[in-house]
Design a protein around this ligand. Structure first.
Ligand code: HDE
Length: 703
């Protein structure tokens, strides 16, 4: 009999088996023949009955000597560990990082020495504010935490999908997080920034204005993790073999390009599929469409940094890509889901202070505070200083030290010596040549609690960000701020925010004030230094301007009915798949449909469960008979009306026109509607889809 825990499939088979054998009575089941491992207690004792507690007689009482029951329930009662204080909801995957070229000129980090070197990686994406069970499409910053298991220790780049942060000094972190979390007296709203406490804090914290512009932009409602950038945010240092320093900022660029959803869509996705981002990553990896990012670095020295009138240590500032183009140095590929969510994704412990020799910190006060904080959080969550013994957190390179004992020790130093130096000739020793060294930065100063003058400009880059957006994106920002402030009950908070917006863009401030019904514009907020209005727009900051010109990785939802044109459907399907996108069928019944040529096709969704918000584009491949029935269905009409309102491309067979009309969409409303007649029309539809959305339509649709 094996002590090994059985596979889930085998376990289910066995449980079913036992249930069948047992029936309703209390008679003993027969011993299994040995092809399935036996269920045991955690101590290894085989279990004979896992369906009934130990009782006196058939009807009780139960006995406390039932150690199997006691152990099982005890363990169950302790299954939860504290969720992360921030970034509680997340999803992770394994993969690897491949180095493009040696960067030995700048860093002695082993990971950057050899072209083609592959380093194992684990990545966890997350939202920030919501609790572990919250929905994926909250308007929020996304965490983008990467653990690289290098040959000289774990390197964690614990970043976000936004390159700046709300605050300049770590001491304000509990305040900004408390303000965005559910309000403490009522414990709502969950996973939302649209409430008084958040905007109260923000409106009293001018340094957050640049970040606010990003969070109110579509960056905060990404289409999926696969279409997001990632940023290390802080300025770090590379140190080469001569211990010379180069400042470095890290940026992850998604191979599939950037993409976001619309707010109205996000709200509906949260209802239709709260796990939308999780499912997307899971499906992509399980079907072999491995998501990929390029790691880019912005490298610069002190002299370059001194030319800016902002401080490169200030985490509320970026260096525009047009001024310092990011240099690609490697790629990250995610190709394997964890075997078990809790074991890996929930227990993974990221820490900004995990750096290998050759990577070093700058004095960014937010980074300095983070380096202190992350160790505490791991002890609290994982419960033992031995959290590095968990396989997901253990280095994959050789390691040796004299740390010992503590809760849940999985390994201790062996032999007699557990200290050094020792005269037993045992154990590891320091290695001054290979070991970690810090940049020898001369520091001189007065001990004080101060914010430097060089951190004083809170509006210029916020304005630059806004000016770098397309008209559509600017409108989305204005709508988002208006919505969020409309959820604040206190009018003083709304006005205080408008006063800040006036320093960023007068028209933006005025538009938001108008939509909120503020009749008299407030005076612009006081500024420590005058905001600059001469910073050139940075096209790299717009999502729409940087479209991928490809539909790869996206998804088309095809609404089908019995008797539809099977040949056309097949042509559509194969063209979309050739592009690297996927097709999912939505039908009146999930059992599927039979096409005009008699082929049975199973569907992925029934119409009630497959709204068009789950897809990037839609097609209506319907028969005359099918459309009669669907045109009467509110869900089918919403499918079309939403796709249209969300500026998606819509292909349709001529038979589907009555459904379009019932949904209030004229079949020739704009070029985003493509009539499917023949193979050329399939190519035309696909060519449109590469633009992702028909933004020109947005002004015609009032959302
Ligand atoms: Fe974090 N942050 N953070 N943070 N952070 C945590 O660590 C903290 C900050 C970020 O997927 C916690 O393991 C402080 C900036 C990510 O497991 C905690 C400050 C950025 C994740 C913590 C910051 C981040 C965390 C909670 C201000 C972007 C999720 C659980 C000084 C560059 C990692 C944990 C994962 C998680 C503290 C600010 C990113 C409490 C004190 C800025 C992606 O230690």
């Amino acid at each position: 009999m094996s002590k090994q825990t059985q596979s889930p499939a085998a376990a289910t088979a066995k449980i079913h088996d036992q249930t069948l054998l047992r029936g309703n009575g209390g008679e003993l089941h027969q011993t299994q023949s040995g092809d399935v491992p036996a269920l045991t207690t955690a101590q290894g004792a085989p279990v004979s009955d896992d369906q009934n507690t130990l009782k006196v007689g058939e009807r009780g009482p139960s006995l406390i000597e039932d150690f199997h029951f006691r152990e099982k329930i005890f363990h169950f009662d302790h299954e939860r560990i504290p969720e992360r204080v921030v970034h509680a909801r997340g999803y992770g995957a394994h993969g690897y990082f491949e180095t493009y070229e040696s960067l030995s000129e700048f860093t002695r980090a082993d990971i950057f020495q050899r072209a083609g070197e592959k380093t194992p990686a684990f990545v966890r994406f997350s939202t920030v504010a919501g609790s572990k069970g919250s929905f994926d499409l909250a308007r929020d910053v996304r965490g983008f935490a990467v653990k690289l298991y290098t040959k000289e220790g774990n390197w964690d780049i614990v970043g976000n999908n936004i390159p700046v942060f709300f605050i300049q000094d770590a001491i304000k972190f509990p305040d900004v997080i408390h303000s965005v979390k559910p309000e403490p007296d009522r414990d709502f709203p969950q996973a939302q920034s649209a409430h008084d406490n958040f905007w109260d804090f923000i409106s009293l914290t001018p340094e957050s204005m640049h970040m606010i512009m990003w969070v109110m932009s579509d960056r905060a409602i990404p289409r999926s993790f696969r279409f997001m950038e990632g940023f290390g945010v802080h300025t770090f240092r590379f140190l080469n073999a001569r211990d010379e320093s180069t400042f470095v900022k890290f940026i992850w660029k998604p191979k599939l390009g950037l993409q976001s959803v619309m707010w109205n869509e996000a709200v509906k996705i949260n209802g239709a599929d709260p796990d939308f981002h999780r499912r997307d990553l899971w499906n992509a990896i399980q079907t072999g469409n491995f998501p990929e990012w390029e790691l880019c670095v912005q490298l610069f020295d002190q002299e370059f940094a001194d030319k800016f009138d902002f401080d490169v240590l200030d985490p509320t500032k970026i260096i525009p890509e047009e001024i310092l183009p990011p240099r690609p140095v490697g790629r990250l590929v995610l190709d394997r889901m964890p075997d078990n969510f809790f074991f890996e994704t929930e227990q993974v412990a990221f820490m900004t202070q995990n750096v290998p020799p050759g990577i070093d910190f700058s004095n960014d006060p937010l980074l300095q505070g983070r380096n202190f904080s992350y160790l505490d959080t791991q002890l609290k969550r994982l419960g033992s200083p031995n959290f590095t013994h968990l396989p997901i957190n253990a280095p994959k390179c050789p390691f040796a030290h004299f740390q010992q004992d503590g809760h849940m020790a999985m390994r201790n130093p062996m032999g007699r010596a557990n200290y050094q130096p020792n005269s037993w000739g045992e154990g590891p020793r320091e290695d001054p040549a290979r070991g970690m060294r810090s940049f020898r930065e001369p520091i001189d100063g007065t001990k004080a609690r101060l914010r430097p003058e060089s951190f004083a400009d809170h509006y210029s880059q916020a304005r630059q960000f806004f000016n770098s957006q397309t008209t559509v994106e600017q409108k989305h920002i204005a709508m988002a701020i208006t919505f969020e402030l409309s959820r604040c009950e206190n009018p003083i908070i709304r006005e205080r925010m408008v006063a800040h917006l006036l320093n960023i863009d007068e028209a933006l401030g005025a538009a938001v004030a108008d939509k909120l019904g503020i009749e008299k514009l407030p005076k612009p907020a006081d500024t420590a230094v005058p905001p600059r209005d001469d910073l050139p727009a940075s096209p790299a900051l717009s999502i729409i301007e940087n479209g991928p010109e490809s539909f790869a990785g996206r998804k088309v939802g095809v609404l089908v009915s019995n008797g539809c044109d099977g040949k056309l459907l097949k042509a559509l399907q194969s063209a979309i798949e050739k592009e690297g996108a996927t097709v999912e069928l939505v039908a009146p019944k999930v059992g599927g449909i039979v096409t005009a040529d008699g082929t049975h096709l199973p569907a992925q969704y029934m119409i009630d469960g497959g709204p068009s918000v789950l897809f990037d584009a839609v097609a209506l491949v319907l028969s005359a008979e099918g459309v009669q029935m669907l045109a009467k269905e509110a869900t089918a009409r919403d499918f079309v009306a939403d796709a249209f309102a969300h500026c998606k491309f819509i292909a349709f067979t001529p038979e589907a026109v009555p459904l379009l009309e019932q949904a209030g969409v004229a079949p020739d409303a704009d070029e985003g509607l493509v009539s499917l007649e023949g193979n050329a029309s399939v190519s035309a539809f696909l060519a449109s889809c590469r633009k992702l959305r028909l933004w020109a339509r947005e002004s015609a649709v009032k959302l």
